[in-house]
Design a protein around this ligand. Structure first.
Ligand SMILES: O=C(O)CCC(=O)C(=O)O
Ligand SMILES: [Fe+2]
Length: 368
């Protein structure tokens, strides 16, 4: 158990009322409300077991096509990232988050847009990790640091002694992520007779390091309380979501999961499928930009993070890569747009509607 002082205050103040509803005491970082209403029970192992596994050294073209078209998610093995690097990254991430909340906040207090930042509980973020809607009721049960990989965007705080070795590891990991995302996008592009790899602009790469705090013991966790394979639970007193359901705006995203604590789930045929962690395996998902340039051949699929009933925090390290500045997404199903225009529209929708509309905004109408 980490020092309670290491958690952002909003996660320390959370209380359960006698009728089972959960609320967050005022102050700190905003209010919370239970997640979406519940559906029927569904056991997941058959679906989860079928999630495609791609060997990066010998990618199976048929499996990759199926992964892109039918799943939007796949596991990646033989990815070439040294295991010690993965382990060190996770250890550094845990050490970083274990610091007192005030110290973490102080380290990142001066960042501007596009630079490294520390945030927690935010409902929706833009690509630099800034909160888009501070007044939203729902909070994500997560704290994070957002690290753009482009060195021109590094603020002075990243050279602070407590972050220096972490930063070095992140940079090394970022190079691997650039290599993997290009390889994956190239391979997927070939399947759709497109140059998808050209849309991976490495300087846009971002690493986001998350800690999903454990649910305090007096509170219910994922509804069923003891069966982690039940994915759509009968929830009378639901736990908060670590991250609300969303699609990624990226070309591709790569998730390094916690080896011990699960939580990531994606939607398939209206069922939430958990992606249980597998050591030394990365999870890759297709982002909105890949869906657009592939003319919907490949799918950017909704996913979320559930906070599990567990005495451990969940740490994950995610990589996102985007198209370069000014690069135009051209396809027959969507009007031409740049990633910047897409992001601006997402931010506008979140401000005015409270949620991301995403690619639907850019669909061509019959009239063109
Ligand atoms: O932490 C995870 O496992 C996934 C996070 C995620 O989906 C995101 O940051 O977009
Ligand atoms: Fe995501």
């Amino acid at each position: 158990m980490n020092d309670p002082q290491s958690y952002p205050p909003v996660f320390r103040r959370r209380r359960q009322t006698s009728n089972g509803t959960i609320h967050v005491d005022e102050g700190g970082g905003g209010g919370g409300k239970p997640e979406e209403a519940v559906t029927t029970q569904h056991k997941s192992p058959p679906l989860e077991a079928a999630v495609p596994v791609i060997d990066l050294e010998r990618p199976d073209v048929g499996k990759l096509r199926e992964a892109g078209r039918e799943w939007g998610f796949f596991r990646l093995v033989n990815h070439g990232v040294p295991e010690p690097l993965l382990e060190q990254l996770k250890t550094h991430a845990a050490d970083f988050f274990a610091q007192p909340f005030d110290s973490k906040q102080a380290l990142f207090s001066s960042g501007g847009d596009g630079t490294a930042s520390y945030f927690w509980g935010t409902p929706i973020l833009n690509s630099s990790g800034r909160t888009l809607d501070k007044s939203a009721q729902e909070i994500n049960w997560v704290e994070a640091i957002n690290l753009p990989l482009s060195s021109s965007q590094l603020p002075a705080t990243c050279h602070h002694p407590s972050l220096q070795s972490f930063r070095t590891l992140v940079e090394e990991y970022g190079k691997h992520m650039g290599r993997i995302s290009r390889t994956v996008a190239d391979a997927m592009g070939k399947l759709a007779s497109l140059e998808c790899g050209d849309y991976v602009s490495e300087p846009t790469g971002i690493i986001r390091v998350y800690r999903y705090p454990q649910v305090p013991p007096q509170q219910p966790a994922d509804g069923d309380g003891n069966n982690n394979n039940v994915v759509a639970e009968q929830e009378t007193s639901p736990a908060p979501l670590g991250m609300q359901a969303h699609t990624d705006s990226s070309v591709v995203s790569i998730v390094l999961q916690d080896d011990q604590v699960s939580g990531l789930q994606f939607l398939k045929n209206d069922v939430w499928v958990p992606l249980e962690p597998v050591p030394n395996t990365l999870v890759v998902n297709i982002g909105d930009m890949m869906q657009a340039i592939s003319d919907d051949e490949f799918r950017s699929v909704k996913h979320r993070v559930k906070v599990k009933k567990c005495k451990e925090d969940r740490i994950s390290i995610c990589y996102f890569v985007f198209p370069g500045e000014g690069q135009i997404m051209e396809s027959s199903k969507y009007k031409p747009f740049t990633y910047r225009e897409f992001q601006q529209q997402v931010q506008e929708d979140i401000k005015t509607l409270g949620f991301k509309v995403g690619l639907e905004r850019f669909k061509r109408t019959i009239a063109g």
